[in-house]
Design a protein around this ligand. Structure first.
Ligand SMILES: *[C@@H]1O[C@H](CO)[C@@H](O)[C@H](O)[C@H]1NC(C)=O
Ligand SMILES: *[C@@H]1O[C@H](CO)[C@@H](O)[C@H](O)[C@H]1NC(C)=O
Ligand SMILES: *[C@@H]1O[C@H](CO)[C@@H](O)[C@H](O)[C@H]1NC(C)=O
Ligand SMILES: *[C@@H]1O[C@H](CO)[C@@H](O)[C@H](O)[C@H]1NC(C)=O
Ligand SMILES: *[C@@H]1O[C@H](CO)[C@@H](O)[C@H](O)[C@H]1NC(C)=O
Ligand SMILES: *[C@@H]1O[C@H](CO)[C@@H](O)[C@H](O)[C@H]1NC(C)=O
Length: 896
């Protein structure tokens, strides 16, 4: 059995023959390879980590929702009218594009009682299905929108007048334009007043259709056949304009993206395949063959895989077409996951428009062939091709042959394209691999913006929304992709259903079941130091040394650009040098002996490593009672030798710059308050600097005292400010030395893991202290009891032989016991049954392999043996392993 995987089958360009996969044993092999791979890929595969994570409460995002209204999943931006139109359940809103919290208009579209009754009679739920989910919002002209809703499983469309935001009230049949079922996938695009859609044409949702509704022509649609569309899940459609000056006079094209069940691969179960399909705008259908059907419908497979790991992303969830000035600059970006969703990997693949056109213009066709009686397979068509090329748009050459529209196409060409809508050649991604792979997320939406950075280069910035309400922002560099940040857009962990980008307002708009959120494309001002601004590698952000602020270059005035510092390598050495902080300026922390101290240190980079140094040498958790948490250092039970200097360093590896950047984030001087004082005497020392948020009595009674400020996050800010240049932004102005301002907005709030000693009352502190002592005592007690039990059992000969040997050694002679015997005793304690089995099998066996197999028999589960069969490594022909892989897999294949 040769090693062959689905990835090869799906990625190779031409040398693939269907027979390889159609062999059902092979299908089983594919599963085996997959099961093995899933683990490998999810643990070892390349994947990105966002550098910074922003929580919803850290950001000031604008949100819109209305009580009682849900499913804000249809969004439409109007550049002309400065509006964001939102289609929700039974309502349409017009929001301000600059600020979505401002609602300019609203109209409701509910379902009449009789339609509702019809719907419920057909067995649909009144609260969920039999409502009007607005699914289509398209601009018709400057006065009107075209709106369609599921309308209680009877889709309807109407025109919405923008002047008074009301419906014309002449609802049209929405069949084929809008899905019946609100949970079913669909896509639409309006091109020159004609509505192109991909959806289901019937109540059951079983008849998929790609169609065009036009006021001037009759309806054009796909043939109802599994070779055209096989259980598709539509994700996106858009038009690509060819431009008037194209030499061959080709037509504009509408591209559709969807995932469907493959017909060309035989697999047990349904194998999903991501597709790109295309129709020509000028198509009018055929004269006799393909009447009122597309004559230009062709589809091809989209490849998104990791060749070196043989891993395939075969489900496309969303596509964004990044339109360049020229066709060859146009790129399709898609987000993919694997059909085997539990691996938790998402990928972004990019496709060159030229490569896509090449496949449609020159690709080989696939054809259905009957083999072995009734069995059909899809194989490459190698026969004669009719002319003009089937599925091609009308071009100048055809016009010369008097074929001026699809109505004049010869029957031979039409019959061919009717039977061969699928191309064999796949569309390969740029670089033959995903642009981005991320672990533990499911991407649902994608938008991309091209940004010209200060180095004059153009970077594609990818925004991907997840099914948990999070947005990832990634930048494509030549060799790699860097995830700049992840932003929690939605309060609840729910999917982002729609994502739009407006370059004009520099905003992203996300629609979800519970509302609409507007977010800026960059959060430059949240980077408070030059290092942070540069290390973020965000093409939108640059450091202004004059104002000491991280600014958005798109918003900043042009004349400011010359002095801005930006290094997309993340070379923070470009930053102006900052005077070193003297140890004298470190913050003083004084604690009572035996109590615990916490030293906060916050780093907002997930790529940075925190290093704590005390007296200049690196601390590890192993050294004494230290706990290095995400946001600080916790020292349990401070002893006199713990006193000294403590520094928190952030070490960030900037791969593109090939350097480590170390930054001092916080410095402390820890001292012990040695002579124990009664609690009420302390007040005169402590309240030197009364910060507004900490009452002086609290500080006085707490046993942690600082001579600069109480140990709160405010004091942390003070330390950070020492290490970074003066800020001009008013919120960042260093507070005058006598008053420390609490600035919770400037930092990630301290996790509750570390409590603030100054906020605790002394009694609690005492309790905590005595608690740890009590725990230690209990632990020692249990340990002694355990030892006693082991010794007793050993002495009473209750334990296995090896232990007895130890006992003999200890009691019988004064020879010191051997280490191996000791560990055997331990093993005996833990797994007496297994140990006896080892002893039993050891004696009667002559050959070693038999033993190992018997042992495997004990451990192996059915699950583990299956992939082994699949991999073609049948372990043995002996009895317990006489697994008949062939018959097993056939049974599996037939089960479907
Ligand atoms: C509509 O929103 C509700 C409430 O969030 C959700 O339970 C439901 O699944 C949504 N329905 C659709 C079709 O999106
Ligand atoms: C797409 O491919 C064409 C031809 O190979 C090339 O000229 C063009 O630069 C590519 N475009 C992108 C965006 O990679
Ligand atoms: C196209 O039509 C014109 C006029 O009807 C005719 O003269 C010409 O021969 C035709 N050309 C071809 C290639 O059929
Ligand atoms: C991704 O989606 C799949 C299928 O819906 C689900 O099983 C999985 O838990 C999700 N993974 C993550 C990381 O959200
Ligand atoms: C730091 O140095 C001081 C004085 O040299 C010493 O007393 C203290 O124990 C040192 N602290 C640590 C944590 O090494
Ligand atoms: C960069 O710092 C990391 C973490 O301290 C370290 O593991 C790595 O070896 C350093 N690399 C270089 C080139 O200094």
């Amino acid at each position: 059995m040769n090693q062959y995987s689905l990835a090869d089958a799906m990625t190779d360009k031409g040398n693939f023959t269907v027979s390889k996969l159609s062999d059902s044993n092979m299908g089983f092999g594919v599963l085996g390879v997959f099961l093995g791979l899933l683990l490998e890929v999810s643990t070892h595969g390349p994947h990105g980590v966002p550098r910074t994570s922003w929580k919803q409460q850290d950001l000031d995002l604008m949100e819109f929702s209305e009580p009682g209204i849900f499913n804000y999943s249809t969004l439409l931006l109007s550049e002309e009218r400065d509006a964001l139109y939102v289609g929700a359940r039974e309502a349409i809103f017009e929001l301000s594009k600059k600020n979505v919290t401002i609602r300019n208009n609203k109209v409701q579209w509910t379902v009449a009682d009789d339609s509702m009754t019809m719907c419920t009679l057909k067995g649909k739920s009144k609260e969920r299905d039999c409502l009007n989910y607005i699914r289509v919002l398209q601009v018709v002209d400057d006065q009107r929108l075209y709106v369609c809703g599921t309308h209680a499983f009877q889709p309807q469309c109407d025109y919405l007048n923008l002047a008074d935001f009301s419906f014309e009230g002449r609802p049209e049949d929405g069949r084929g334009k809008c899905s019946f079922d609100p949970s079913q996938s669909f896509t639409t695009v309006m091109v020159d007043g004609e509505l192109y859609s991909g959806t289901a044409y019937n109540f059951l949702g079983s008849e998929p259709i790609i169609s065009r509704y036009s006021p001037s022509h009759s309806l054009l649609r796909t043939e109802y056949s599994t070779s055209w569309l096989n259980e598709p899940s539509f994700v996106f459609a858009d038009v690509i304009r060819e431009g008037k000056n194209r030499a061959d006079g080709e037509d504009d094209k509408i591209y559709y993206f969807f995932t469907e069940v493959s017909v060309e691969y035989e697999f047990f179960g349904k194998l999903l395949i991501p597709r790109v399909a295309r129709v020509c705008k000028g198509d009018l259908g055929g004269q006799r063959t393909l009447q009122k059907k597309w004559t230009s419908f062709l589809k091809a497979k989209l490849v998104c895989s990791m060749p070196e790991l043989n891993f395939v992303f075969n489900v496309v969830h969303d596509v964004f077409i990044l339109k360049g000035e020229k066709i060859r600059d146009t790129v399709f970006y898609g987000v993919f996951t694997s059909q085997w969703g539990n691996v938790g990997l998402s990928a972004v693949c990019a496709y060159n428009m030229t490569a896509v056109e090449e496949v449609f213009a020159k690709g080989k066709y696939m054809q259905k062939a009957t083999v072995e009686q009734s069995h059909t397979k899809w194989v490459r068509y190698n026969g004669m091709m009719p002319s003009p090329r089937p599925g091609a748009c009308i071009n100048s050459l055809m016009r010369q042959q008097n074929i001026t529209s699809s109505l004049h196409l010869p029957d031979k060409t039409l019959q061919f394209v009717k039977d061969h809508p699928l191309l064999e050649d796949p569309v390969q991604p740029i670089g033959n691999r995903p642009r981005l792979i991320t672990k533990d997320v499911n991407y649902t939406q994608i938008v991309v913006e091209r940004v010209q950075a200060l180095d004059k280069n153009i970077y594609d910035v990818i925004f991907t929304g997840t099914d948990k309400g999070v947005l990832h922002k990634s930048v494509v560099f030549e060799e790699e992709v860097h995830i700049v940040e992840e932003i929690q857009l939605l309060k609840n962990s729910e999917p982002i259903k729609n994502l739009l980008l407006s370059s004009e307002t520099q905003s992203l708009y996300a629609g979800s079941d519970s509302g609409v959120v507007q977010s800026p494309t960059a959060f430059c001002s949240k980077y408070s130091s030059c290092d942070d601004c540069i290390l973020s590698r965000d093409p939108y952000c640059a450091w202004d040394p004059n104002t000491a602020a991280c600014v958005n270059i798109i918003i900043a005035p042009r004349q400011q650009h010359r002095r801005l510092i930006q290094s997309l390598d993340g070379d923070a050495n470009k930053c102006p040098s900052v005077p070193a902080v003297s140890q004298k300026d470190y913050q003083h922390v004084t604690v009572k002996p035996g109590s615990s101290a916490e030293l906060p240190c916050l780093v907002n980079s997930n790529l940075a490593q925190l290093i704590w140094k005390s007296n200049g040498s690196v601390l590890t958790e192993a050294s004494r009672f230290h706990f290095i948490a995400e946001n600080g250092l916790l020292i349990y039970s401070v002893a006199p030798e713990d006193q000294g200097y403590y520094e928190c360093w952030s070490v960030e590896w900037a791969a593109a710059a090939g350097k480590n950047f170390s930054r001092l984030m916080a410095g402390y001087i820890l001292t012990l308050d040695l002579p124990p004082r009664p609690p009420h005497q302390a007040s005169p020392v402590v309240t030197t600097i009364g910060s507004q948020e900490t009452s002086s009595t609290d500080a006085a009674e707490g046993n942690v005292k600082t001579d600069r400020a109480p140990l709160t996050s405010a004091s942390f800010t003070a330390t950070v400010l020492l290490t970074s240049p003066p800020q001009t932004d008013s919120s960042l102005t260093p507070p005058p030395s006598s008053t420390l301002k609490f600035q919770p907005k400037q930092q990630v709030p301290l996790n509750s893991v570390i409590s603030h000693p100054d906020s605790q009352d002394p009694a609690a502190e005492y309790l905590q202290h005595s608690n740890s002592m009590a725990l230690l005592f209990l632990f020692l007690l249990f340990f002694l009891l355990f030892l006693a039990a082991v010794v007793y059992n050993c002495y009473m000969q209750y334990l296995p032989a090896s232990c007895l040997r130890l006992r003999a050694a200890l009691l019988g002679s004064h020879k010191s016991p051997h280490q191996p015997e000791y560990s055997a005793c331990e093993a005996g304690l833990m797994e007496p049954a297994a140990a006896t089995k080892i002893n039993m099998t050891e004696q009667p066996t002559q050959n070693g392999s038999q033993t190992t197999q018997n042992l495997r028999a004990l451990r192996d589960t059915g699950y583990e043996t299956e992939p082994e069969c699949g991999n073609g490594q049948v372990p043995s022909q002996e009895k317990p392993f006489d697994v008949d892989c062939d018959s097993q897999s056939i049974q599996f294949a037939d089960a479907d």
